[in-house]
Design a protein around this ligand. Structure first.
Ligand code: NAD
Length: 421
């Protein structure tokens, strides 16, 4: 096993590059195409002046990285967090390229981020920062160029501000510039729950594939934000037992199952999951090592590392977050025969419904929630089956299979288009 410091092990760009190189080698990828696909096509850094509520001016640093536009416009979320770094955004942008290719939708990959702490900023400060960030990027984004979406620390409101700012510069309303908008201004029905819904579909598929019943299937979820709460809610509706939920400020455990809608209700007025009467308090870091059938990390990167992977007791690791597992942890989990549903497959429900939103905006014709969900379910089931079939036929694990499938598709298009040099 490689010996890496924790800092090296948890660099998301290195983690992405290591998996990319491994999969590219397995594919026997042409050396030139390898170089083209390994690095992002464009990296933009902006320094955003923002008038703060107390009258002072703060300057925030923001990024937008466009990894590839080979298969269509670049696509990817915008993250507001104190931990944002260029390496993180680069990794997330590349993952978006692979993710869109795994589910076979016509997008490339991008990601954006601003180094800030949204929890400490007022709505007014967030709005001004978002508008100036958008103004700085106005010639680089657009429905045919690069289409942002929400990610950690951003939401429907953020997307509405981006859409409005972009539209003001264009002098016309342009809804298709971002996805994840509120439904009344061009958002898609089902988008809010889409990532969680996709996760529930791949969990169903994994149980079928492994011959395990839904009844008695214990699930632990880390992170109770958009992805975590919707995954927990939809899985509970399907009959799974949500026994544990971990948040940054504490964990909850109930072996009989947590009432997820009641917890959502509790969090909406308490502002935290802590203190919920329907479960006992549990240590948030220990919780992910409790025995369960499915563990869903749905918070952030690098939560399963060489430091804790050997203590995990799940049968299936379904990656709701992007990059939750390091490459060293992958090796440990392989030895423990944990069945991994990799991030670029598991959480692709969000971008798939974003694709539907972009399609609906450009048509100006909106689908019912049932139509959206039915199309999403079909794509997620098919993609799961494609990845496990690829893993079997190439004798690789699910993660490398997903990368190989994706790289193969992007490389094919890149070769077909040719290199404009
Ligand atoms: P979010 O901000 O809505 O929720 C994240 C939650 O995780 C928050 O409640 C936060 O308090 C919690 N959290 C953060 N660090 C934690 C820790 N160490 N332990 C426990 N809880 C922690 O963000 P989200 O949109 O749900 O995204 C979560 C992850 O899913 C990210 O990796 C994101 O890139 C990925 N993702 C999101 C979408 C989407 O549609 N929102 C799609 C694909 C992937």
């Amino acid at each position: 096993m490689q010996t890496l410091t924790l800092e090296q092990e948890t660099n998301p760009w290195e983690a992405q590059a290591a998996r990319f190189d491994f999969a590219a080698r397995k594919l026997n990828l042409d050396e030139g195409i390898w170089k083209v696909l390994r690095y992002p096509a464009r990296e933009i850094i902006v320094h955003i002046p923002v008038g703060m509520d107390d009258g002072s001016i703060e300057v925030f640093t923001g990024y937008r990285v466009q990894h590839s536009i080979a298969r269509g416009p670049a696509k990817g979320g915008i993250r507001y967090s104190p931990d944002v770094s260029l390496d993180e955004v680069r990794a997330l942008a590349s993952w978006m390229t692979w993710k869109c290719a795994v589910v076979n939708i016509p997008f490339g990959g991008a990601k954006g981020g601003v180094i800030c702490d949204p929890k400490k900023m007022s709505q007014g400060e967030l709005e001004r920062m978002t508008r100036r960030y958008t103004a700085e990027l106005v010639e680089f984004i657009g429905p045919e160029k690069d289409v942002p979406a929400p990610d950690m620390g951003t939401n429907e409101q953020t997307m509405a501000w981006i859409m409005d700012t972009y539209s003001m510069h264009l002098r016309q309303t342009c809804t298709a510039v971002v996805t994840g908008k509120p439904v009344n201004i061009g958002g898609s029905r089902g988008r809010r729950e889409a990532t969680g819904r996709g996760i529930s579909v791949v969990c169903d598929e994994a149980l079928k594939y492994l011959g395990m019943p839904v009844e008695g299937c214990r699930v632990i979820v880390q992170g109770f934000g958009n992805v975590g709460s919707n995954s927990a809610k939809l899985l509970a509706e399907k009959g799974y037992t949500i026994i544990g939920i971990a948040e940054y400020d504490g964990g909850l455990f109930n072996s009989n199952g947590i009432d997820v809608p009641a917890l959502i209700e509790h969090r909406s007025h308490a502002g935290t999951i802590v203190g919920f009467a329907g479960a006992e308090a549990a240590d948030k870091d220990d919780l992910i090592t409790y025995p369960c059938e499915i563990l869903i990390p749905a918070a952030t990167e690098n939560v399963v590392t060489s430091r804790n992977a050997d203590r995990l007791r799940c049968k299936i690791l379904c990656e709701g977050a992007n990059g939750p597992t390091t490459t060293v942890a992958d090796e440990i989990l392989a030895d423990k025969r944990v069945f991994i549903i990799p991030d670029i497959l598991a959480n692709a429900g969000g971008v798939t419904t974003s694709y539907f939103e972009w399609v609906q905006d450009r048509m100006g014709y909106f689908w019912t929630e049932a139509e959206v969900n039915q199309r999403l379910d079909a794509i997620m089931s098919q993609s799961f089956q494609d990845v496990v079939a690829y893993a079997t036929s190439h004798a690789v694990n699910n993660r490398i299979a997903a990368y190989m499938l994706a790289i193969d598709r992007v490389a094919y298009t890149t070769k077909q288009r040719g290199i404009y040099a």
